[in-house]
Write a protein that binds this ligand. Structure first.
Ligand SMILES: NC(=O)c1ccc[n+]([C@@H]2O[C@H](COP(=O)([O-])OP(=O)(O)OC[C@H]3O[C@@H](n4cnc5c(N)ncnc54)[C@H](O)[C@@H]3O)[C@@H](O)[C@H]2O)c1
Length: 249
């Protein structure tokens, strides 16, 4: 039996993309999942899908940038499932553009969703983990934290997540809580499909593996980090990017 059986995971932004795939991967291990997203219809649909497959899930529509919503979500998750063992700070978005074209709103929303949201969720869950003497926090950054032209708010927010990861690892290490960061590279999404062929080829020439990743690649890495076998790993940035991080920006 998996050592993850019966654990409880909150995965933000898990009604789509890699968050949803991670929810599925953990649910297959017997983890009870809190599906969170800001879009109610997506939460409803994801919860219905998971329940029809026999998985134990709770749907919570909440904006992770809002202190009250986050704390209500975490409280209700603990009331429903009895504990919270795993937090995956996955929800994210990007407003891209050259610095001269970006607005203050672009900066604020990107920093709020990608960084403040992770802070608020980590703050809300850590007490339950400390009380239990066990917990796993995984922050989903991006290879872009190394720097990316046209990505000032996003790269800054993701770099902030690396700082948050390292800091919380220091604060919570002796309490049995590990905190790690996964930095995905290019992952196959609907947006990738919509790119013109020449742009896709330009991206692929910079991939040491010659290909982009899939949601599964991220879900599998997260599964490794939340497992008991990873208990001696904390404060790390782990790239899942086909080697793209080997080049600087
Ligand atoms: N897709 C990639 O190529 C890639 C590469 C590097 C890093 N990432 C990071 O991986 C994570 C997941 O990316 P994805 O491609 O699966 O994204 P996605 O857009 O498919 O899913 C993100 C989900 O987060 C939700 N969300 C947005 N704002 C929210 C908020 N305030 N509160 C709650 N939920 C909110 C969205 O509604 C969406 O369902 C993000 O943090 C992203 O920055 C993605």
């Amino acid at each position: 039996m998996s050592n993850l059986q019966g654990k409880v995971a909150l995965i933000t932004g898990s009604a789509s993309g890699m968050g949803k795939k991670t929810a599925l991967r953990l649910a297959e291990q017997g983890v009870k999942i809190v599906i969170n997203d800001i879009v109610p219809e997506k939460v409803e649909q994801t919860v219905a899908e998971f329940k029809s497959n026999g998985f134990d899930v709770l749907g919570k529509v909440a904006d992770i940038c809002n202190y009250e919503s986050v704390n209500e979500m975490v409280k209700s998750a603990v009331e429903t499932f009895g504990s919270l063992d795993i937090l995956v700070n996955n929800a994210g978005m990007e407003r891209a553009g050259a610095i001269r074209n970006l607005t203050e709103k672009d900066w604020d929303i990107t920093l709020n969703v990608n960084l403040k949201g992770a802070f608020l969720c980590s703050q809300a869950v850590h007490g339950y983990m400390v009380e239990k003497g066990h917990g796993r926090i995984i922050n989903i950054a991006s290879r872009a934290w190394l720097g990316g032209a046209g990505q000032a708010p996003y790269a800054s927010a993701k770099a902030g997540l690396v700082g948050l990861t390292r800091t919380l690892a220091l604060e919570l290490g002796r309490k049995g809580v590990t905190v790690n960061c996964i930095a995905p590279g290019l992952i196959h999404t609907p947006m990738w499909e919509e790119l013109p062929e020449k742009n896709r080829l330009a991206f692929l020439t910079k991939q040491p593996t010659g290909k982009i990743g899939e949601d599964d690649d991220i879900a599998n890495a997260i599964k490794f980090f939340v497992d008991d076998e990873a208990s001696f790993i904390t404060g790390q940035v782990f790239y899942v990017c086909g080697g793209r991080s080997l080049y600087a920006a």
